[in-house]
Design a protein around this ligand. Sequence first.
Ligand code: ATP
Length: 236
Amino acid sequence: MNDRPLLELRDVRAAYEQITVLHGVDLGVAAGKVVALLGPNGAGKTTTLRVAAGIHPPASGRLLLGGRDVTGAAPHDLARKGVCLIPEGRGVFPNLSVRDNLLMMTFTGRGREEVEETAFARFPALAERAGQTAGTLSGGEQQMLALARGLATDPAVLLLDELSMGLAPLIVSRLYEQVTEIARQGVAVLLVEQFAAAVLDIADHAAVLVRGRIERQGAPGELRTELSALYLGSSA
Ligand code: ATP
């Protein structure tokens, strides 16, 4: 990538107990860009995001944020520095209302009105459902809520794990429009997906992770055919 990365993994190895699952991953994402990390089941995509968020310290290699070495920093330190992970499964509180899910984010120091207004302006569908419990929302609306909660922390880096999981293509493309908009506002976005088709349309850069190794990275257009043939089925 030409742009200097805001977040960077350098030669990262990661293991669970004795089993190494990342074997020297190099990956960076610059402010204002969307990087797609693709790969089949069990490739190590989630682990890569967990390393990036400080949840899983690497066995070796380095994590850099804004050019500074933050390897081994605690998740809350990285969160305070602007790294926000939206995990697979979205992480909203199903028994709380949409409003209360949002208002929990006032711990960031933002006012209730600001948090609500910002979220509802970006996702009008959430405004209509403000009093509804999050567990009763559709999958797409829950993902919007998860994004809105993440954005309330004013992140510099947004790590998104399988945003599209279980959602219809139309809903996914709407969410991706939001992701593009978030990046346009200066956020560095690292987006993990198992299936490539739509994410390649919005990514500035793409990387393919297979069995813990980046097999290939480059412009999304260059990877499309290869991805389709090698890992992700003809739908890519
Ligand atoms: P998926 O698309 O299935 O979520 P992934 O590419 O995100 O896959 P990871 O979840 O990072 O892959 O898993 C990489 C490897 O590490 C897999 O072999 C998985 O079984 C293993 N693994 C993941 N989490 C743990 C854990 N907590 N303890 C032990 N092994 C784990």
